[in-house]
Design a binder for this molecule. Structure first.
Ligand SMILES: *Cc1c(COP(=O)(O)O)cnc(C)c1O
Length: 496
């Protein structure tokens, strides 16, 4: 072996001879396996409709995931066989056309290819001068344009909506503190800060204010109107009351699409109050920010373009494979001022890899994956307009489902769908709330366990209900007709 001129002289020549790497000893056999993986993947997606949405895992399979770490090797073909048998067969189910639980996107094949290619390149989005960093910032710019934010706004892709909201609220806290909060900390504040959101706000905001050291009490929940939107008059009263009590109102959080029922707060009105009161305006748009690209429904989020920060979630209505969320901040200086630090080991350069922007100055993570590519490829392939139409399609499907529910004597529509979330229940005659909950939970579980469909449940103003969140580009009308038929069949079986 000829020594490379830069290599240190080996003390032990034999150990150099035995140097290892993770590359396969034989690239052609790994290529054959990789082709098989792709063929299987295509089949997996193409036939998704024919499989159960979800199935319980047998104890024997479950036990394989409790095995200790493998000390020795296993041939990759065997590893893949295990993945097919024990992993791919037991999905959460959200890529299935009849998955409507909680709130998540249904993924897409191009996005999956994007994740694969991103991993092949393996770039780190901490920053620097390379294509992945440019793709990342281009995707941020596209999302910024989609919601009508100015070109001067900044943003960062993160793991999801919870982190995106945390990023937005952190900038809000620091920008509104009136002191150098990064240096002095919360203890230096004269008055405790107050954030405002509706009583329908997502639980991640509680975690955010707790993480930010403000405490859960700093997030004042404002009552909602009959459509579950923040009550504007009650918000004004709460802000005035808090000023009276020497608290420091700092930030209004508007929700564009609540988890419970899909309610969209009056964002224009909230923007107005924020301006009048000199408060930060953050929008949790994890569900609904992208309504802005949907021709028939964009009007619902009018005012979002006036926010100071917005959290949105490409792994929901853009159907990117998990994970990818995005935080956008109108004032890029305030954004950077919240997170930038320049350690000696991460200095910029005028040339070379470190000559690009340090993207880690806009968030909490230093290293970050190349999740942008899956979003970039799918947007390039389909165009923004199609994603907008798919959003309209889901909203129309929710109205269709609500119509089916309304026309059925034993079903009750619990909330009128505003966007794509339908809350309803099987309302057997003469049953009290407890019994109805019992029946509906059983319906939900039997639907899941039979693999027919996946719904989740919630309780809105004391009424328990089934909840279908149609964020799914594979759902067809027939799927919703089948759902209603099955809910009714199971309901009548149970309440016999
Ligand atoms: C999904 C969701 C979140 C949290 O987003 P993740 O991507 O799950 O972290 C926050 N707010 C709302 C309104 C959501 O629907």
């Amino acid at each position: 072996m000829e020594a490379h001129p830069l290599e240190l002289p080996a003390r032990d020549a034999t150990s150099l001879d035995r140097m290892e790497s993770l590359d396969p000893p034989d690239w052609s056999s790994i290529a054959a396996l990789a082709h098989r993986v792709v063929d299987d993947a295509v089949e997996h997606i193409a036939n998704v409709r024919d499989r159960p949405v979800w199935q319980p895992m047998p104890e024997k399979v479950e036990a394989t995931f409790r095995a200790p770490p493998p000390d020795g090797p296993t041939p990759i073909e065997d590893v893949y066989r295990l993945v097919r048998k024990s992993v791919l067969s037991y999905p959460m189910g959200n890529i299935h056309p009849r998955f409507w639980s909680w709130y998540m996107g249904s993924s897409n094949f191009t996005g999956a290819l994007g994740d694969f290619i991103a991993a092949i390149q393996g770039s780190n989005l901490g920053g620097g001068s390379h294509a992945a960093a440019l793709v990342d910032q281009q995707v941020v710019g596209w999302l910024r344009d989609m919601i009508g934010f100015p070109v001067s706004a900044s943003g960062t892709l993160v793991s999801g909506g919870s982190t995106a909201n945390l990023i937005g609220l952190t900038v809000a806290r620091n920008a509104m503190a009136g002191i150098d909060l990064r240096e002095e900390g919360l203890a230096a504040l004269d008055q405790p800060m107050r954030f405002y959101a509706s009583d329908q706000v997502h639980s991640c905001h509680r975690k955010a204010v707790e993480t930010l050291g403000l405490g859960n009490k700093a997030l004042r929940r404002i009552p909602t109107d009959s459509c579950y939107r923040i009550d504007i008059a009650a918000l004004r009263t709460a802000i005035a009351e808090d000023r009276e009590r020497s608290l420091q109102p700092a930030c209004i959080i508007g929700t564009a699409g609540t988890v419970n029922s899909g309610a969209v707060d009056d964002l224009a009105a909230l923007a107005e109050i924020a301006t009048e009161e000199g408060l930060w305006f953050h929008v949790d748009g994890c569900i609904g920010a992208l309504l802005a690209i949907a021709p028939k429904n964009a009007w619902r989020v009018k005012g979002i373009e006036r926010a100071d920060s917005v959290a949105l979630d490409p792994h929901k209505w853009l159907h990117a494979p998990f994970e990818v969320g995005c935080a956008l901040v109108r004032d890029h200086l305030k954004h950077r001022a919240t997170f930038a630090v320049s350690p000696e080991y991460l200095q910029g350069m005028s040339r070379g890899i470190a000559s690009g922007q340090w993207l880690y100055e806009f968030g909490l993570q230093t290293s970050r994956g190349f999740g942008a590519l899956k979003v970039w490829m799918a947007l390039m392939e389909h165009g923004v307009a199609k994603f907008g139409r798919l959003i309209d399609q889901n909203v129309a499907q929710a109205a269709f489902l609500a119509g089916l529910v309304r026309s059925h004597p034993l079903l009750e529509l619990v909330t009128e769908p505003e966007i794509n979330i339908v809350c309803f229940r099987y309302a057997a005659k003469g049953q009290d709330e407890d019994k109805l909950k019992q029946i509906n939970v059983e319906i939900m579980l039997r639907l899941q366990e039979s693999g027919i469909a996946a719904l989740s449940d919630t309780t809105i103003r004391g009424r328990h209900c089934l909840r279908a969140a149609i964020c799914n580009h594979r759902t067809r009308r027939d799927d919703l007709t089948l759902l209603v038929k099955e809910v009714q069949r199971i309901g009548s079986e149970i309440s016999l």
